[in-house]
Design a protein around this ligand. Structure first.
Ligand SMILES: NC(=O)c1ccc[n+]([C@@H]2O[C@H](COP(=O)([O-])OP(=O)(O)OC[C@H]3O[C@@H](n4cnc5c(N)ncnc54)[C@H](OP(=O)(O)O)[C@@H]3O)[C@@H](O)[C@H]2O)c1
Length: 244
């Protein structure tokens, strides 16, 4: 049981930017099952079409890193009840190992792009609507510098926008931790290496395993449906930071 009142999603419009795979696909599945009209967005047309077939969702191709494309996509969608953003590339490595290009790319992907999505949300959301971003947790600055800084940015964005967009709209984020092969996020890592990392990581998580996409997705549904939560970053991480 998710603890969320999913009845409030019936007949609502939900846009999941990054709904064609991983956590976003699970969010889209859960909100569609609750009776919402879903539009999924992503860059890859084939991935979008496959996901939309399963979900009965609308699709809109967009590379959210491109402000003009994002602007056009959000304008096409018009007024919407809930926006979920899964956008945010991540790269491992400390401050000395991270190149300026990587730092710029990750800050652009995870922070600046979501800031733009937040600005569109302020214009596009219907009264009572919400926007939920994706942050991340489980890494320390010396392990994952660029992503760590970008996630701090998401935390600040959530707090600032929550205040600026109240009382009509709510703004939150979900912070997952490393999910290994449970999503497509680490698709460039060889399967065997990913499996090894997954085992190692699960051993460090107090709850002893990695999350399922469904478990993480339920946090987004909770934040969409609980009308009195705003300005929060909810970690769904098996308690990993208790061990760090
Ligand atoms: N998986 C993990 O271990 C983990 C841990 C902590 C945080 N997170 C965060 O969780 C989020 C989603 O991860 P996931 O594991 O669900 O990954 P995923 O399976 O790769 O899904 C990402 C989704 O976002 C879309 N997307 C990515 N970049 C986009 C862009 N520029 N414009 C439009 N759509 C875009 C992808 O579609 P296209 O590729 O076709 O565009 C896909 O639908 C990310 O923000 C990530 O940083 C993941």
């Amino acid at each position: 049981m998710s603890g969320a009142d999913t009845r409030t999603l019936a007949g609502r419009t939900v846009v999941v930017i990054g709904g064609s795979s991983g956590i976003g696909f699970e969010v889209a599945t859960q909100v569609a099952e609750a009776g919402a009209e879903v539009t999924i967005m992503g860059r890859d047309e084939a991935r979008l079409a496959t996901a939309a077939d399963k979900l009965g969702a609308r699709t809109r191709r967009v590379d959210a890193h491109d402000e003009a494309e994002l602007d056009a996509a959000m304008s096409d969608v018009g007024s919407v009840d809930h926006i979920v953003s899964m956008v945010g590339d991540s790269t491992a490595g400390g401050f000395l190992q991270t190149t300026p290009e990587t730092m710029r790319h990750v800050l652009n992907s995870k922070f600046l792009t979501n800031w733009a999505i937040g600005r569109y949300a302020a214009r596009a959301l219907a009264n009572g609507g919400s926007v939920t971003f994706t942050s991340g947790t489980g890494g320390r600055p010396h392990e994952i510098a660029a992503t760590y800084v970008a996630n701090l940015g998401i935390g600040a964005l959530v707090q600032g926008l929550a205040r600026e967009m109240a009382p009509h709209h709510r703004v939150n984020a979900v912070a997952p931790t490393f999910m290994g092969g449970a999503t497509s996020f680490w698709r460039d890592v060889p399967a065997e290496q990913l499996h090894e990392q997954e085992q190692q990581f699960a051993g460090a998580v107090p709850l002893g395993r990695i999350a399922t996409p469904g478990e993480v997705a339920r946090a987004y549904v909770l934040l969409m449906t609980n009308q009195f939560i705003t300005g929060q970053v909810v970690a769904v991480d098996g308690g990993i930071m208790l061990a760090k």
